[in-house]
Design a protein around this ligand. Sequence first.
Ligand code: A5P
Length: 231
Amino acid sequence: MDLDPLKRAAAAVAVDMVEDGMVVGLGTGSTARHAIGLLGERCHRGLRFTGVPTSVASADLARSLGIPLIESPTAAPIDLGIDGADEIAEADLTLIKGRGGALLREKIVATLCRRLVIIADETKLAPRLSGRVAVPVEVVRFGWESTADRIARLGCHPALKRTRAGDTFRTDGGNLILDCVFDDLSDPPAVERALSMIVGVVETGLFLDLATTALVASPAGVRRFDRAKTG
Ligand code: A5P
């Protein structure tokens, strides 16, 4: 099945949420690309907003469409972020993100967003994180094999991310990505805490308590999920 029309349908609903004068986080990946394209169209029709890109690729695309950009966010809040995900837990909108390697900037932008809207086709939705989708973990190059060894001891199988051509993948920040399939991902906050304690780990693709809304497209339409407020 061609998932592209579904990705575009979810993106269209998110892009309709953008209002004049907003600062908008621009995600990365094939679904977020649709959102940036549609935002470019709204920009041409006169909507005024400023984008905060989460990767060099998204910045390049947005710039080519004439979207005004803040290249590096300040401490000021971002009104609305629109981004994709690799897996979305329907129960609490916990996410796995970063298959495109942009997880660090994506998480920085996500933490600044008043509202973070995740757009996806239905294949990304699961009742809870399934444990089948690899969690990307960004690590510094120096000593990465020892970092991978420590991560493996948490109960996973880290694989160094490579480009399609087979070269070692480098993030926009010059780091490496280890794709980690965990034996047990039933407690994502515990995994996140354990990973964050390991020296050499820069950031993880576990996004906890960040998404406020998920827009998930199927042939039947776009379903909206809102995270229940905690605290
Ligand atoms: C980029 O690093 C990722 O977080 C993407 O947002 C995620 O992998 C979803 O990408 P697609 O929309 O291409 O599936």
